[in-house]
Structure formats: structure tokens, C-alpha cells
Design a protein around this ligand. Structure first.
Ligand code: AMP
Ligand code: MG
Length: 341
């Protein structure tokens, strides 16, 4: 299959979305930018098209997909009921980086929900995503547009690395500004549970719903996470990765760097602001959590492309705002290889 890449610079280019939208509605695969990461979209109501997503990504079939809509009214077509907590969050945080798990309607295929009796739904805020879904006129199932297990794509170039020749269209809308996936909130339980930390914070949800809790399966050993996707290895670069966690990482990072160099390894450092490391490659993700989040997946892919054997990542963040989402992704990327200092 030849993949067509369509670059959208501004609203003036939206006419270019008609063709891919038609392809999407008729069963094709179309990659599009969202505010979180790039999504690999298919018509959520066509089981055969949805299966093509799993093939293109190499995604395990027991990992359900998020269904994307272009307005709030579309939600009632794909859910049985809208729980009160979902209604409140939709009011305050949609469109945006928050996915709501609700009881599914019969029209949603098993391939989308992995046979669960719930469906995850999101209304993205990215204007290109909204326009494409609106033109397609159907709900769009869309996981992140990467090969399963690799870092999620935040630029069209990342998508090309993984999916060139496997999808009909890639809509290039530049870099994704959040850079990490949406928060997944189960609104079928009371209190509502965060199944995956992401672009919307627990503090925001607490303020709307009184209190939400994290799914105990996210951190407790021996407890299965409620979100099937959370059990898989994910976001991993090819390089072997270690996180140095804490406010003063220089000593520990330098020690690991020297040891890796003594072993003849090429070392990439994922840094958090100014530093004087003598590494082979340094990707500065920025001092603030939001910039670090937006740069993280790009950094992992870039350090791989440059040929780093080893990645050492500074991680100085805590537990508020986007920080738990960064921690979740970076711990997984490093396979839990963390040194605290
Ligand atoms: P991705 O599409 O790659 O961003 O991953 C979507 C995440 O949402 C995965 O962790 C899925 O397991 C999770 N998810 C999707 N649908 C459901 C559902 N009905 N119940 C629980 N988790 C879900
Ligand atoms: Mg994903």
C-alpha cells in the first residue's frame, strides 16, 4: 500500500481533509494529529477496518481502542448510558485529553472493546482531528499511531518510521502539544477511577467530581490493571534505559555515563535543562513538566536514531499535574530501571 502524506499548515488547507475523511468513512486507515499524540484511525463501526489497526500496529487483540468523536452528541450513539460523573467531566474538560470509559452500545464491535461491556470515548481538542472526524461522519477508533511497544508518535516523522506503507493517509499537522496520551477515567465505578494517568490531572478531576482514585492495579504488584493496555511493555526505545530520579541527579548521571563509556557504549542523555555532561548525545527536554512531557517521546526516538546504546534520563518531578503521567510513561520506557537519588 502507498501511504499518502498530507501536510496541513492552516485552516486554509482543510479542503485537503475531504479525501482522507472519505477513505476513513469507507474503511481505510488514516493517521491524524491530536493534542496528545498522533492517532491511527479507522471507522469504529466497521469491524474489518478496526482489525486493520491491530495488524498495522502489531497490537495485541485484547487491548481495546479509544473511540474518538467530533462533538458531545455523538457519544449517545456509541454508549448505552452516560454516567453522571462522565456528564460532569464532559461539561468541564471536553474537548481535551481525557477519555471516559462508559457502558457500550450494541453497535460498537467487539474488536473495538476487546469484548468488554464498556467503551472508551474521547472528544479531542485538536482542530484537525475535529475536522477530520466531523467530515468522516462516523466515530473513529484510534490508538496511538506507533508500532506496539515503541514510544508514541508526536510528529508525523515518527509515524512514517513505524507505519509507512501500512496506512492509507498520514495527516501531518506538526507537533502534538501535550505529547503524552489522554487520561483514561472509568466512570462506571464509584468513585470514578483513573485507569491511566495522562493529559488531564487528578487535581482537575478531583475538583469536578469530589474525589477520584487511581486504579490500584496501576502500581500494586500482583493486581491486574483494569485497563488492559497498562499491563504491556510500552514506550520503549531500542537503547537500554536508566532513569535517575531526584532533584540533584548530576553525580549519579555522571557515574553511569562514565561506566557506560568505560564499556565502550554510546550514551544519550535525556536532560532536564542546562547541564555539562560529556555524553555522545544530549536531548534537553526542558525544565518544566509540561515541556518535558511534550518532548519525551521525541527524545526517546531521536536518541535511538542517533545510535545511542544507553539512555540515561534525568527525572526530577513529583506527583502533581502532568507529572504522574510522565512518571508512568518513563518508568515503562525504562522497564522499571530507576535509580533514586
Ligand atoms: P492507546 O489507544 O494506545 O492510547 O491506548 C488506549 C488505552 O485505553 C489502553 O490502555 C486501553 O487498554 C485503554 N482502554 C480502551 N478501552 C478501554 C475500556 N473499555 N476499559 C478500560 N480501558 C480501556
Ligand atoms: Mg498507545
Amino acid at each position: 500500500m502507498t501511504t499518502k502524506v498530507i501536510k496541513i499548515l492552516s485552516e486554509k488547507d482543510y479542503d485537503l481533509l475531504y479525501e482522507p475523511a472519505k477513505c476513513l468513512a469507507n474503511g481505510g486507515l488514516v493517521v491524524f494529529p491530536t493534542e496528545t499524540v498522533y492517532g491511527l484511525g479507522a471507522n469504529a463501526l466497521m469491524p474489518d477496518s478496526v482489525k486493520k489497526i491491530f495488524n498495522a500496529k502489531g497490537r495485541p487483540s485484547d487491548n481495546p481502542l479509544i473511540v474518538h468523536v467530533s462533538n458531545k452528541n455523538q457519544v449517545s450513539e456509541i454508549v448505552q448510558t452516560i454516567p453522571e460523573s462522565a456528564e460532569k467531566v464532559m461539561d468541564k474538560l471536553w474537548p481535551g485529553p481525557i477519555t471516559l470509559v462508559m457502558p457500550r452500545a450494541d453497535c460498537v464491535p467487539d474488536s473495538v472493546t476487546a469484548g468488554l461491556d464498556t467503551v472508551a470515548v474521547r472528544f479531542p481538542s485538536h482542530p484537525i482531528a475535529q475536522k477530520l472526524i466531523e467530515l468522516a461522519g462516523v466515530p473513529v477508533a484510534a490508538p496511538s499511531a506507533n508500532t506496539s511497544g515503541k514510544p508514541s508518535p508526536t510528529k508525523a516523522a515518527h509515524v512514517l518510521e513505524d507505519l509507512n506503507g501500512k496506512v492509507d493517509y498520514i495527516i501531518d499537522g506538526g507537533s502534538c502539544n501535550v505529547g503524552l496520551e489522554s487520561t483514561v477515567l472509568d466512570t462506571t465505578s464509584t468513585p470514578a477511577q483513573i485507569l491511566r494517568p495522562g493529559g488531564a490531572s487528578k487535581e482537575q478531576l478531583d475538583a469536578i467530581l469530589g474525589e477520584v482514585i487511581y486504579d490500584p492495579g496501576l502500581t500494586a504488584k500482583g493486581v491486574a490493571p483494569k485497563s488492559p493496555g497498562m499491563k504491556y511493555k510500552h514506550y520503549a526505545p531500542n537503547a537500554q534505559m536508566t532513569i535517575v530520579e531526584g532533584k540533584n541527579p548530576e553525580y549519579e548521571v555522571t557515574r553511569l555515563l562514565d561506566a557506560a563509556h568505560a564499556d565502550g557504549k554510546k550514551v544519550g542523555i535525556l536532560a532536564c535543562g542546562f547541564n555539562e555532561y560529556k555524553a555522545d548525545f544530549i536531548f534537553d527536554c526542558g525544565r518544566f513538566a509540561e515541556e518535558y512531557a511534550a518532548n519525551l517521546f521525541d527524545a526517546l526516538r531521536e536518541l535511538d536514531l542517533r545510535g545511542a546504546d544507553v539512555i540515561i534520563a534525568e527525572f526530577p518531578f513529583g506527583e502533581t499535574g502532568i507529572e504522574p503521567a510522565i512518571r508512568n510513561r518513563i518508568y515503562k520506557a525504562a522497564g522499571g530501571n530507576v535509580i533514586k537519588c
